[in-house]
Design a binder for this molecule. Structure first.
Ligand SMILES: O=C(O)CCC(=O)C(=O)O
Length: 342
């Protein structure tokens, strides 16, 4: 079976202080890193974050996505809505992520919620993980003032240090059939996952906190932090928010809930960078990768020698994930030829 790099985000390292010196971090930045490595989340207050953005117009423009009780979500509105795009790509957010991870962050998914989601506690690593592990995070931004009565976000500081647990680890049956929420088996397995995580959260001794924050404040959670949405005590009140999910360059994104890690078979995600709309080229710390099909819609992940990657960098992103070195090269050559013809 392929072995993958054991790289972790630099903020997790024991010698992080020496590394912070090497990176020339200011004392404010060091305090952010210190808190993030300890707690697995950060709350960033920046009163001016939404100044130039028509965030209030989001709810009119996306009204069709929400029920009369405020339920529902608008997924990936970034492709049409400039305000959602601007929040996902906000320099104030990207700057903090660069400090925390030391790699270039790219947003790949947005979710807008009109009201509290009441989502049960989970870790994003069941939805989105990466190889090497840990290069993913979520950012939750309040788009109105949020009190504890509106179904606030909840989270368990320190829980990011638990092992990254997938269905195999938790004894949840694998999803059989199509890889998506339209398949009823996906819901059945996920409900069982939520029950196992609720028990883990109860037994692990981590304390739950809830987030009451002002409009424009944002919380960054690291991939493995346990979090969810608390009950909406006042169901007449909205709780306008945007969640944006980010990966970092030099990693291969995949969806653990559909993957069979012990068999080396992965539900690999081919994603667009919200900043540019371009497909991203996944790599393992910069080493190019191909993705042979291996049944049930799953892929193996195989690192390649350097020449394909060097060529791919010249040609730009792959249109589809290459299955073999030959296909990677063929795609690259086609792109270069196309560029030369223009
Ligand atoms: O906003 C919430 O209530 C929870 C959001 C959440 O858990 C998520 O997007 O992963």
């Amino acid at each position: 079976m392929t072995t993958f790099p054991a790289t972790r985000p630099w903020h997790e390292r024991e010698d992080w202080e020496a590394e912070a010196d090497r990176r020339g971090l200011s004392s404010r930045e060091r305090a952010l890193v210190d808190a993030y490595r300890r707690d697995g989340f950060l709350v960033v207050e920046d009163a001016r974050v939404l100044d130039e953005i028509d965030a209030d117009g989001i709810w009119t423009r996306l009204a069709a996505h929400f029920g009369s009780d405020g339920s529902g979500r608008a997924q990936d509105a970034w492709s049409d809505d400039p305000a959602v795009h601007a929040i996902a790509t906000h320099p104030a957010v990207l700057d903090v992520l660069r400090v925390l991870y030391g790699r270039e962050p790219f947003p790949f998914q947005t979710l807008n919620f009109l009201s509290g989601t009441e989502q049960r506690t989970h870790s994003d690593t069941i939805h989105f993980s990466s190889l090497p592990t840990g290069f993913m995070c979520g950012v939750w931004m309040a788009l109105e003032d949020v009190t504890l009565r509106q179904g606030p976000l909840h989270y368990f500081p320190g829980s990011q240090k638990l092992p990254e647990l997938d269905y195999e680890d938790l004894g949840v049956p694998p999803v059989v059939g199509a890889l998506g929420w339209a398949n009823p088996n996906t819901r059945t397995s996920y409900t069982l996952y939520e029950e196992r995580i609720a028990a883990l959260a109860r037994e692990s001794g981590f304390r739950m906190y809830e987030l009451a924050i002002a409009r424009g404040t944002f919380l960054i959670w690291s991939a493995n932090l346990l979090h969810g949405g608390s009950p909406r005590d006042d169901r007449t009140r909205t709780r306008k928010s945007q969640v944006t999910h980010y990966y970092f360059t030099g990693s291969v994104p995949f969806r653990p809930m559909f993957s069979r890690r012990s068999e080396g078979r992965y539900a690999v995600s081919h994603l667009r960078d919200v900043r540019t709309g371009q497909w991203i080229v996944p790599s393992l710390d910069g080493t190019p990768v191909v993705f042979p099909h291996c049944g049930d819609g799953l892929r193996a992940i195989r690192p390649l020698g350097g020449i394909c990657h060097a060529l791919a960098r010249v040609a730009g992103p792959y249109a589809v994930l290459p299955e073999s070195p030959r296909e990677a090269l063929a795609q690259t050559v086609r792109k270069v030829a196309h560029k030369l013809r223009r």
